[in-house]
Design a protein around this ligand. Structure first.
Ligand code: SF4
Length: 354
């Protein structure tokens, strides 16, 4: 069965066009059916009440629509919302919606779990489960629109569970679905891929013509410091990553989680400035989410402010972000870890649950 939601809108248009032609159905039906995938989505074909009943039935038999089952929805006192979704095979993933003025940024997952084991990350602690399909990634946006069309995200960031560039095929297609006018129609500048720097796929991402944004998880300005926090440094080394970024035609953001005693000294700020300045990179300083990483604590607020000031004094644009959703475990992977702990379900045990 063709999974239309895992195709680009152009490929879905072709598949639907062929399907209509084989059934000798009028071509104008395509204009009614295609928007029901992403623009005005329906959860099930029988819900597309603007289509004749026999066409709805035939679509239902021919094309299953991927659905995410909402397990938990938590709203923080600061308005941040966290969604825990169950996939068809029982795996669970998370999305976080962060409202800020008119902007609604949805942080989406690209993998169930993650193999990379960054020490400050709850998802890293659960290990890798599997890659998500393009339908499962893009459906995190689709499900929100199904819940409330008014709540369509204005911005999307690949910063949830998983390393998006280790699932490049599906992420590549999802980028098109998010941006295409027949998909969700979200501007490329409002879509950000956040990566630790998987170099071969970074080059592929860089070759895309659209102005998608790139965020790089740096977290330390030295190879040794980075290695202590992020095992991926063994494979893709900081100097090679920085070299690759010089070839990137667009502005880069460095993500930098401030961890007490690990990466938050004035010397760290100076070294970070020497990396960011030549690239014109924006530095996003993020307070470590408390409780997400055993044995690590956030830097004191005064130290975070001093770190930000020091970067700025070197001419680097830096922004100290507020920690969002502190009362709902909104750092990536935390909710799934929490739900599993509560239910005393080991990750292996829900792999085959329907
Ligand atoms: S921070 Fe990102 S890359 Fe690192 S373990 Fe967590 S999900 Fe994976």
């Amino acid at each position: 069965m063709t999974d239309l939601l895992s195709l680009t809108p152009d490929a879905a248009r072709d598949a639907l066009g062929d399907w209509l032609a084989v059934r000798a159905l009028p071509a104008y039906r395509l204009k009614q059916v295609l928007p029901r995938l992403w623009q005005r989505p329906v959860r099930r074909w029988p819900d597309a009440s603007d289509l004749p009943a026999d066409l709805r039935g035939a679509l239902d038999e021919a094309f299953a629509l991927t659905a995410l089952q909402l397990v938990t929805r938590q709203v923080s006192s600061d308005g941040t919302e966290k969604f825990l979704w169950k996939l068809a095979d029982g795996e669970m993933i998370e999305s976080v919606l962060i409202p800020e003025g008119k902007r609604r940024t949805l942080c989406i997952s690209s993998q169930a779990g993650c193999a990379l084991g960054c020490v400050f990350c709850a998802t890293g602690q659960m290990g890798f489960r599997r890659n998500l399909s393009a339908a499962e990634i893009a459906s995190q946006v689709r499900e929100l629109i199904l819940l409330d069309p008014e709540q369509k995200p204005t911005n999307v960031v690949f910063m949830g569970m998983g390393e998006p560039l280790l699932n490049w095929g599906a992420v590549d297609t999802t980028l098109t679905i998010l941006n295409h006018p027949d998909g969700f129609g979200i501007g490329a500048r409002h879509i950000t891929v956040s990566t630790v720097g998987i170099l071969p796929h970074l080059a592929r991402f860089a070759r895309r013509a659209e102005q998608f944004r790139l965020a790089v998880s740096l977290h330390s300005p030295t190879p040794a410091g980075r290695l202590a926090l992020m095992p991926i440094e063994k494979k893709y080394k900081l100097p090679d990553l920085l070299q690759a970024l010089t070839a990137f035609r667009r502005r880069v953001t460095f993500e930098y989680v401030l961890i007490a005693g690990k990466n938050d000294t004035p010397e760290d700020a100076d070294r970070l400035a020497t990396l960011a300045a030549p690239l014109g990179a924006l530095v996003n300083l993020l307070p470590l989410h408390p409780g997400g990483a055993p044995g690590l604590t956030p830097s004191p607020r005064s130290q975070m402010l001093a770190f930000e000031r020091r970067l700025k004094s070197k001419g680097v644009e830096a922004v100290l972000r507020r920690s969002r959703g502190l009362d709902i475990s909104a750092a990536c992977g935390q909710l799934r870890v929490e739900v599993e702990t509560r239910r005393k379900v080991r990750p292996q045990e829900h792999a085959h649950v329907e």
